[in-house]
Design a protein around this ligand. Structure first.
Ligand SMILES: [Zn+2]
Length: 297
């Protein structure tokens, strides 16, 4: 090391020490914002968990990821939010930004880009006689108004977080649900992507709430059949389709793991299975990625 370098280095060490010393008495005010993501490398259709640390207890955090606003809530030693990377979001770099507002302080903002990895979804091309595909006008109207009702529901953000801790599987067993994002092109016309996962299970298998929440909807719809929608608060919803029976009523609070019905084959289903869907802030996400999040109570 040359003398000049050694001097520079000594000065740098002193400067760092000076900053550290001057910062010490006013510790929380100088704390750096830290952001933790789960998963660290998200992909199209993932639930993305954001945890902001290094903020004072009275802080308000606002922000957006990939153009969708986030709703933050107190979590552990900071605040957290659940973001949804919609099944049809483009792979690539998406901007994020957070603003931390604390009483008596200048607002702090952080910005960056998150790389969303591509994911291959299955595409199935089918040619079928039109009579098998096209619904009669009355059924068509019914199906359209029912899907509109579901859309209105999952775009409604209730202001309270009702869930706590990890999310659990809606049916017992270990096999992963299948089919998220798969698409059917029937007679050249692309159908909406499959925005849930299917669990094969015998009719009558108990279906449980994946986390605490409130029963937002119980219905018997043309495609989904007998269904339950749970509102977990702050824009997070879970949906359970094709049920044989339902054991909860609208407006009722539910606990994580509480039975809400049983597996069936109602609606458009080729056999008994549970269709399980999750929506976050209106984004249609892969429910398996919600179940994988490592969350504390
Ligand atoms: Zn399904």
């Amino acid at each position: 090391m040359t003398g000049r370098r050694a001097l520079l280095r000594a000065r740098l060490v002193l400067a760092v020490l000076a900053v550290a010393l001057s910062a010490a008495p006013a510790a929380p005010a100088r704390e750096h914002l830290r952001i933790r993501w789960q998963p660290e490398r998200p992909r199209v259709g993932d639930v993305l968990w954001v945890h902001v640390q290094g903020i004072s207890p009275g802080a308000t955090v606002e922000g957006a990821v990939a153009g969708r606003p986030l709703v933050f809530f107190p979590y552990a030693d900071g605040q957290a939010a659940v973001a949804g990377l919609d099944v049809e979001v483009k792979a690539g770099r998406h901007p994020w930004s957070f603003a931390v507002l604390e009483p008596g302080r200048e607002p702090r903002t952080l910005r960056g880009r998150v790389t969303v990895g591509a994911r291959q979804f299955k595409v199935q091309r089918l040619t079928l006689p039109p009579a098998m595909v096209d619904l009669d006008p009355e059924t068509e109207r019914r199906a359209v108004s029912e899907s509109e009702r579901l859309r209105t529901l999952y775009r409604t953000i209730t202001p309270e977080r009702l869930w706590r801790g990890r999310f659990v599987r809606p049916v017992a067993g270990r096999e992963p649900g299948t089919g998220f994002g798969s698409r059917r092109v029937i007679n050249g016309k692309p159908r909406a992507p499959h925005t849930g996962i299917d669990y094969a299970a015998p009719a009558g298998t108990p279906v449980v709430a994946v986390n605490a929440g409130r029963v937002a909807l119980v219905g018997d719809f043309f495609f989904p059949g007998r269904l339950v929608a749970l509102d977990h608060g702050l824009g997070l919803y879970s949906f359970y389709f094709h049920l044989e029976s339902v054991s909860v009523t609208e407006g009722e609070p539910v606990e994580r793991g509480q039975p809400i019905g049983t597996v069936g084959a109602t609606g458009r289903a080729t056999g008994p299975h549970l269709h399980f869907g999750v929506y976050v802030g209106g984004a249609r996400v892969d429910p398996a990625t919600l179940l994988r999040l490592d969350l504390r109570d």
